[in-house]
Design a protein around this ligand. Structure first.
Ligand code: ATP
Ligand code: MG
Ligand code: MG
Length: 551
């Protein structure tokens, strides 16, 4: 096994284990709210929490908990997609699938307990009043008029809240902590609100719902979580987390919260609110559009799960927010695909090349390795004939300095075949180049380099025109044209990359690609890594997505 890399979170946990804290148990959780699809940022948290459970031995485990306390935004579709994504990343929760909503009865009982202890009260302030009463960083807040109610009266009101006697938003249950506290989160925070909304699991059973800050620490404790790892924005909430764990009696565990820096990536956005807008407003084809930073999007794009785990490991866990360059992720993807994907030949923007000294009706087959990085994948036979297609980009009428591919008078090597010399450039009436003609040199087959012959430096890929198949190929680029769309002026949608999707339909592919199965991945030599789209490919009629170009 690989040695455990001790970032500050793992060091904290290892110290607790060494000291026998929490009875030597390590219980973490990944707590998504089912209000959208998971994104690459979530993968960091999943790899951290589930990774720790794997690394710390038999007394360690990680729960998947849906933080479903916000019924208006949550849906079963999201629950299902989240489970699929966590499994895809290679992790399992075993018997520990939990929902905060499963804890509603216990959470409610804890709220009553706090009321009885004089630590919570029913407040009648409107949201606006509550905001003014709260004060600011420099001014202390004002106590709510309800703060001095007796425990009995509060209990009665809270039960009537639950029974549905009051209208939505008219009352809240609040902690009684300190309206002068330096941390605004400690100024009598709201624990429960009245809300008539259909919940995806509990239906209409409840009309009071706990707030995140109340439900989260207590759900951790109910499930026996020991180490509650969240992102830095929650550092300011930690005193409230600790207040609840300290003041509620009868908790099965005393979890401790620590915070790490969230993952931020260039050229994309990673807030579910913004991703939802991209979907709802039709900027993308759905949550799994291959340009989306969602796990379902990158899966369809062809990013392997192993590369996501490797990426998470390589960026590490720190306490400082930073921006990670998207290229770091792309490199992890390339590294993985270089090892695993079969090589194939594809011409995406074809230009005809006729070998005028090659016999008209001859076809030969050249043997080509399936993956030079993995010789055990063998070779295949690729047809070669008089009429070929090459990439239009491999020809330049007016070549830039140092050009080594096709241009007037140049000699070029055709990959795995022989050298050819360009003899003629044929144009249509509009002056566009429509065909190249060349002669081939039989003495240069199989990379042969006859003595005294100038060395041909560039090799260009090709497909046989008569044998080529065609399939749509979609070239994807960054979704945003700016590195930091979140920080830019105006709406983030103003900065979408207008060329993030380019659709090629006139492609010419080697015949073997016609058999690509949905989800199968390839390196198209010299071009990049491609995947047969899992949704739109059918057997014999693949549609390819570019996963990432070559470096
Ligand atoms: P978003 O801000 O995208 O809406 P969220 O934090 O509200 O995300 P949750 O469903 O609450 O989404 O997140 C589940 C877990 O994933 C939380 O523990 C959260 O801290 C973590 N998480 C979310 N985004 C990131 C990120 N960019 N990097 C690391 N962890 C993240
Ligand atoms: Mg959230
Ligand atoms: Mg959020």
């Amino acid at each position: 096994a690989e040695p455990i890399r001790l970032d500050f979170i793992r060091e904290w946990i290892a110290t607790d284990v060494a000291n026998g804290k929490h009875g030597g148990e390590v219980v973490t959780r990944f707590p998504p709210e089912p209000n959208g699809y998971l994104h690459i940022g979530h993968a960091k948290s999943i790899c951290l929490n589930f990774g720790i459970a794997q690394e710390f031995g038999p007394k360690a485990r990680c729960h998947l908990r849906f933080d479903d306390t916000n019924p208006t935004k949550e849906e079963t579709e999201y629950v299902d997609s989240i489970m699929e994504d966590v499994k895809w990343l290679g992790f399992e929760w075993g018997s520990h699938l939990h929902f905060a909503s499963d804890h509603f009865p216990k959470l409610y009982a804890f709220a009553e307990q706090l009321i009885e202890k004089g630590l919570a009260f029913v407040c009648d302030l409107t949201p606006e009043e509550m905001r003014t009463f709260r004060g600011t960083l420099t001014d202390p807040g004002k106590p709510s008029p309800g703060r001095d109610r007796s425990a009995e009266e509060n209990l009665d009101l809270f039960r009537r809240m639950k029974a549905g006697e009051f209208a939505d938003g008219t009352r809240t249950l609040r902690a009684k902590i300190d309206m002068g506290h330096a941390n605004l989160n400690m100024r009598d925070p709201v624990f429960y609100r009245i809300l008539r909304a259909h919940h995806h699991r509990t239906g209409d059973a409840w009309c009071v719902y706990p707030m995140y800050d109340f439900a989260h620490p207590l759900s951790d404790a109910i499930e026996g979580v020991t180490h509650s790892i969240c992102t830095l924005e929650f550092e300011d909430h930690r005193p409230l987390y600790e207040w609840l764990i300290e003041n509620v009696d009868g908790l099965p565990s005393h979890p401790v919260q620590r915070e790490f820096a969230r993952l931020n990536l260039t050229s994309t956005v990673m807030s579910k609110r913004k991703l939802l807008r991209l979907v709802k407003e039709g900027y993308v084809s759905g949550w799994d559009d291959p340009r989306m930073p969602t796990l379902s999007g990158i899966r369809r794009r062809g990013y392997p799960a192993a590369s996501m785990r490797q990426f998470s490991k390589s960026i590490g866990v720190t306490k400082f927010n930073a921006m990670t360059d998207f290229h770091v992720l792309e490199n992890a993807v390339r590294e993985e695909l270089n090892k695993t994907s079969l090589r194939r030949i594809a011409v995406l923007r074809p230009l005809k090349l006729v070998l005028t000294n090659y016999p008209e009706d001859q076809v030969e087959f050249v043997e080509v390795p399936n993956n030079p990085e993995a010789p055990e994948t063998g070779t295949r036979q690729v047809p070669l004939s008089r009429e070929l297609f090459i990439e239009r980009d491999d020809f330049a009428e007016e070549p830039p300095k140092g050009w080594r591919r096709f241009t007037a008078g140049a000699e070029v090597r055709l990959t795995n075949a022989f050298c050819v010399s360009l003899t003629e450039i044929i144009k249509n009436e509009a002056g566009e180049v429509v065909e190249l003609r060349a002669t081939y040199d039989d003495a240069t087959r199989h990379g042969a380099q006859p003595v005294g012959r100038p060395k041909v430096k560039a090799a260009v890929h090709w497909v046989s025109a008569a044998h080529a198949v065609s399939a749509p190929v979609r070239l994807y680029d960054h979704l945003f044209a700016l590195e930091h769309p979140d920080a830019a002026e105006g709406e983030f949608t103003d900065h979408l990359n207008p060329t993030s999707l380019e659709m090629l339909t006139e492609t010419k592919l080697e015949p073997a690609l016609a058999d690509a199965l949905p989800g199968q991945q390839f390196q198209f030599i010299r071009l990049g890594y491609f995947i047969a789209d899992s949704r739109e490919s059918i057997k014999g009629l693949p549609v390819f997505n570019r996963t990432v170009n070559l470096r």
